[in-house]
Design a protein around this ligand. Structure first.
Ligand SMILES: NC(=O)C1=CN([C@@H]2O[C@H](COP(=O)(O)OP(=O)(O)OC[C@H]3O[C@@H](n4cnc5c(N)ncnc54)[C@H](O)[C@@H]3O)[C@@H](O)[C@H]2O)C=CC1
Ligand SMILES: CC/C=C\C[C@H](O)/C=C/C=C\C=C\C=C\C(=O)[C@@H](O)C/C=C\CCC(=O)O
Length: 266
């Protein structure tokens, strides 16, 4: 996909992986809607991006992806300003085992809603011109993380939903490719949640164990996750792919046994 002039929407864009995604998309000539809960961080991010890229190429939208109407409104504002939508990165996520219901709402429910909103605008079934959706999971979407059982559940859900809706998209010819990225530990503020008892809840007892896990497996630079995003955008055969990114093996893919026989669509 030539990104020049394409329109992308990135959730959790104010920092971390989402900010790295947004910078890379702008650098490749795309326009980007930056969605984030954190108003001050979002405005600071937008100001910094305006120092490097045309201010008209990005739009910060304060949005709690966990609030249905706010997410719907953010999609609407994006299309109203930029005129179309080609790429959606459902990236926003939290690691909160204390308020685990919020973790489910942000990491899973909002990702599903963001995927459906993206399909509303991009699917050929709705008169759209197709596009690409990237849902951010984690290696905890493949391997159980004892220090984060609810986080693990949400990320397994991201993987499962993405693989299934990608099959739906292919069967119904939506013209939209939907893939998921499962990074190991990445150098972003999220990692600091390990040190926060209000985030780890009853699993704060694992604090030192997780730190040893992080030390053992290493910490990835967000730029490698950006490489994964670019690979997904450029390799048009990728749909329903589960991309893993680790220190030991870099960018590689989970291989699954043959999928269920899919229903014939009459
Ligand atoms: N950092 C890591 O080690 C890994 C992170 N991930 C996933 O990558 C994604 C991005 O995480 P990071 O960049 O590391 O985290 P981060 O905490 O650095 O950034 C997340 C961004 O999302 C925003 N956000 C949080 N809740 C929101 C909401 N309700 N509405 C809108 N924005 C919201 C935050 O304000 C923040 O700007 C998450 O889904 C996370 O689970 C996956 C594997 C490893
Ligand atoms: C506490 C921080 C919260 C979230 C960060 C992240 O989402 C959670 C990650 C949880 C577990 C990460 C495990 C990392 C494992 C590795 O890095 C691998 O090198 C080893 C494990 C499996 C590799 C198998 C493969 O690559 O096919």
């Amino acid at each position: 996909m030539d990104l020049t002039g394409k329109v992308a929407l990135v959730t959790g864009a104010a920092q971390g992986i989402g900010r790295s995604f947004s910078e890379a998309l702008l650098r490749h000539g795309a326009k980007v809607a930056l969605l984030d809960l954190n108003m001050s961080a979002g405005e600071a991010c937008k100001k910094a991006l305006d120092g490097e890229f045309d201010a008209a190429s990005s739009l910060f939208i304060a949005c709690d992806v966990g609030a249905e109407e706010e997410l719907k409104c953010a999609f609407k504002k994006t299309i109203e300003l930029f005129g179309s939508l080609d790429i959606v990165c459902n990236n926003a996520g939290i690691n909160n085992e204390h308020n685990w219901e919020q973790t489910i709402n942000v990491n899973l429910t909002s990702m599903i809603r963001g995927t459906y909103l993206a399909l509303d605008y991009m699917s050929k079934e709705n008169g759209g011109k197709g596009g690409v959706i990237v849902n951010m999971a984690s290696l905890a979407g493949i391997f159980p993380a004892a220090h984060g059982p609810v986080y693990t559940a949400t990320k397994h859900g991201v993987v499962g939903f993405t693989r299934a809706i990608a099959a739906t998209s292919k069967l119904l010819d939506y013209g939209v490719r939907i893939n998921t990225i499962c990074p190991a530990f990445v150098d972003t503020p999220l990692l600091n949640s390990v040190n926060q008892e209000q985030m780890m809840g009853r699993y704060y007892i694992f604090k030192d164990t997780v730190k040893k896990l992080i030390q053992h497996y290493g910490i990835l630079d967000p730029s490698l996750i950006v490489q994964g995003l670019m690979k997904i955008l450029q390799e048009e055969e990728l749909n329903g792919a589960v991309m893993k990114i680790t220190k030991s093996k870099g960018i590689h893919f989970e291989i699954y046994e043959t999928a269920l026989i899919q229903p014939e669509v009459k």
